[in-house]
Design a protein around this ligand. Structure first.
Ligand SMILES: Nc1ncnc2c1ncn2[C@@H]1O[C@H](COP(=O)(O)OP(=O)(O)OP(=O)(O)O)[C@@H](O)[C@H]1O
Ligand SMILES: [Mg+2]
Ligand SMILES: [Zn+2]
Length: 344
């Protein structure tokens, strides 16, 4: 897939390691044979005759092999250094519409891509999440609409900047898809993306709060506010407090006002506050023996008892509807599905 390497890497390799520094500038066909011999053949005298010419043509054969290897070396050097798409300029005609002008060449995007992925803060455990390894066919065809939405988003960004709100139960592939989108944007378009887990982000903001100046470290918040595409994973995963509501409101409103894109994942159903209140009955009925059954089982996940409105307020839920296209990812937990497939 990667037929050539970025020039930056090649520079780092340095000049021709096994050759004199000027060897790269000379063409072997112009090289005087005597100089060529001195440089590369290091002829030794014949042990018995003392003649440097070496009988039976052996010396000539050796010389031919060396010339060949130098030619190969120079050819390879040229092939890896010059990108065939842009001839080294870093710009290529806009695909399908060369009359429009030029765009950054793939070789430039690849060279920058590695550094940008590192800067995107994608946790190690999610590093292998990509769009190409996201299943959406056969038994996973219920995820086809989500994968198509991801493809469309990558294709249309930044002409269309509406984000995505991926909603679904545990293990339905929300984080996988969100990370895959971010990586595709970085690698294919050189767009700056940053990943934050919602709970981690709130904790970091809280930890960086300096009571003496009554402010949070701006260095931490800058990428959250300013990155072109923010992936906010597991929105609502920690219990709300006034401070958390204020913080999430500030982040989302700032990004919305600045027309920046946010991709969000959440387990909480997209309903107003209180819609699942019936599932949270706290007081046991004196007639009911099995309290845990009525109370929706103590080990039931939070998101089966609360809505997105409960977790981030109704105002922010409706703001998300303006900022994002909603993509519901219902289905079984992929971890269980793949485990069953593996054992069966
Ligand atoms: N469609 C898919 N194709 C390939 N792998 C998938 C798919 N869906 C999920 N997975 C894999 O299943 C695991 C769980 O996926 P992921 O972390 O994206 O789930 P999630 O919806 O974010 O779950 P949670 O709500 O618990 O955060 C990961 O290893 C992921 O790579
Ligand atoms: Mg997740
Ligand atoms: Zn190029």
């Amino acid at each position: 897939m990667f037929a050539h390497q970025p020039a930056r890497k090649l520079d780092a390799l340095g000049p021709t390691n096994n050759f004199p520094p000027y060897a790269g500038n000379v063409k072997e066909k112009h090289l005087p044979v005597a100089l060529f011999d001195t440089l590369f053949l290091h002829r030794t005298r014949h042990l018995s005759t003392g003649c440097a010419q070496m009988g039976n043509g052996f010396g000539l054969r050796r010389r031919w092999v060396r010339v060949q290897s130098l030619t190969t070396h120079l050819t390879m050097k040229t092939a890896v250094e010059v990108c065939p798409l842009c001839a080294g300029s870093g710009w290529k005609p806009v695909p399908g519409a060369p009359e429009v002008g030029v765009t950054r060449c793939d070789c430039q995007l690849r060279a920058r891509g590695g550094a940008m992925i590192a800067a995107a803060r994608i946790p190690k455990r999610y590093e292998h999440y990509d769009l190409w390894n996201f299943d959406y066919e056969g038994q996973f065809s219920y995820l086809e609409h989500a994968r198509l939405a991801a493809d469309q988003f990558v294709r249309e960004y930044p002409v269309r900047k509406t984000g995505l709100l991926l909603i679904g139960g545990a293990g339905t592939g929300k984080t996988h898809l969100a990370v895959g989108i971010a990586k595709a944007l970085i690698q294919e378009k050189g767009i700056e993306c940053v990943f934050y887990d919602y709970a981690d982000l709130l904790k970091q903001i809280q930890d960086s709060y300096n009571p003496s100046v009554q402010a949070t470290e701006l260095g931490l918040l800058r990428p959250v506010f300013e990155t072109a595409v923010l992936v906010l994973d597991d929105l609502g995963s920690v219990r709300p407090t006034e401070w958390r509501w204020d913080t999430v409101r500030l982040i989302l409103n700032t990004r919305y006002n600045d027309r920046r894109t946010t991709i969000i994942t959440t387990n909480f159903p997209d309903d107003p506050p209180g819609a699942l209140a019936g599932k949270r009955k706290k007081k046991p009925d004196s007639n009911v023996q099995n309290y845990s059954e009525l109370n929706n089982e103590p080990d039931q996940p939070e998101w089966s008892k609360y809505t997105l409105g409960d977790r981030i307020t109704e105002t922010m839920r409706s703001r998300l509807h303006e900022m994002c296209r909603i993509v519901k990812m219902d289905g079984p937990d992929y971890r269980q599905t793949s485990k069953r497939a593996g054992s069966g």
